[in-house]
Design a protein around this ligand. Structure first.
Ligand code: ADP
Ligand code: MG
Length: 309
């Protein structure tokens, strides 16, 4: 349903996307995971035909984005990072104006608005101005609005930024229900590993390059059994000692030193025996997608640059 081949994009001399290739199947929930500045928003903008690729091609449902932008836009629902509601208008008016943009009118539009407000549990809010809604409800209206014209593909950019944990769960539940109702293909860009964990497949993006692609479980299995995470006052120093004295490979993640091991409990014991005095806490756990990202790139997901202007 989404086809991307050797996609490249440059802002002047700065490379934002560098030869990215992947496909998303119909009905799939696909995640694009990478830190700030890795090129996620640029890729989504190219898919909406807001930007023309410098190199390579992209297509939605067989329609090339550069040469058939109008057909592409009809097939796409989009919820971008910056809020898209008109805050002085009511929920219903926001929905209706979105319909006008897509050439919907009269009874058909009114029925479709009703159906979506119903599905999204927004019926009792329809007369309220957008600015009076909580962050979670606003996001729900944005999602309903994006789906108004019945797109087959939904693009979401950092959908739970600014939402509290309860609103975040609510958002994913509503999205799950929508995916069950219509066959919807969803591409979600995020720098949060727990969002990516919910996806059927994930592409890891680092500095405009695709560094891995697969099911979250399979990506985590690649880096082996379990991860021992050691908290210490001087992570770099301890990492070096662990490597020198125990011959184990380490990685740094914030204030902690990570060691991947098929026998994590045994390794944790060894680390405590050898360096107990320097260790504040030891945790053993399955690796996360952030561990995968760290292993592949040497960087964490928060380590990206600041948001582009
Ligand atoms: P992400 O969404 O993953 O944070 P972006 O696609 O926004 O990444 O940015 C990718 C790269 O392109 C970054 O290096 C960013 O600084 C740069 N970039 C993004 N937008 C612009 C712009 N309008 N002008 C110049 N550089 C930009
Ligand atoms: Mg972005």
């Amino acid at each position: 349903m989404i086809h991307i081949a050797s996609l490249g994009y440059r802002f002047g001399s700065r490379v934002a996307l560098d030869g990215v290739t992947f496909g998303v199947a119909a009905g799939e929930l696909f995640g694009l995971l990478g830190p700030n500045g890795s090129g996620k928003s640029t890729l989504l903008r190219i898919l909406t035909s807001l930007r023309r690729p410098s190199q390579g091609e992209a297509a939605i449902d067989g329609c090339d984005v550069a040469s058939r932008p109008a057909e592409v836009r009809r097939r796409l629902g989009v919820a971008f990072q910056s809020p898209s509601l008109d805050k002085k208008l009511s929920v219903e008016e926001n929905m209706r104006f979105q319909g006008y943009l897509f050439g919907m009118r009269g009874r058909a539009l009114a029925e479709r608005v009703d159906e979506l407000l119903e599905n999204f549990g927004l019926q009792d809010r329809r007369k309220e101005r957008a600015e009076t809604l909580s962050g979670g409800l606003k996001r729900r209206v944005e999602l309903a609005k994006a789906l108004l014209h019945g797109p087959r593909v939904l693009l979401l950019d950092e959908p739970s930024t600014g939402l509290d944990p309860a609103a975040r769960r609510d958002f994913w539940e509503v999205l799950g229900a929508m995916r069950g109702r219509d066959e919807l293909t969803v591409l979600v860009a995020t720098h949060l590993m727990d969002e990516a964990e919910r996806c059927d497949r994930v592409a890891l993006l680092d500095q405009g390059r695709l560094v891995a692609l697969g099911k979250p479980g399979a990506l985590k299995d690649r880096i082996g059994g379990e991860t021992v995470s050691v908290e210490t006052a001087q992570p770099a120093l301890l990492a070096k000692k662990i490597e020198d004295r125990l011959g184990l490979k380490t990685r740094l993640a914030g204030e902690s030193v990570r060691v991947d091991s098929p026998d994590a409990a045994g390794t944790a014991r060894k680390l405590l025996d050898a360096f107990g005095a320097e260790v504040q806490a030891v945790r053993v756990g399955r690796p996360t997608l952030e561990d995968v990202f760290l292993t592949l790139t040497g960087r964490g997901l928060d380590a990206g640059e600041e948001e582009a202007p």
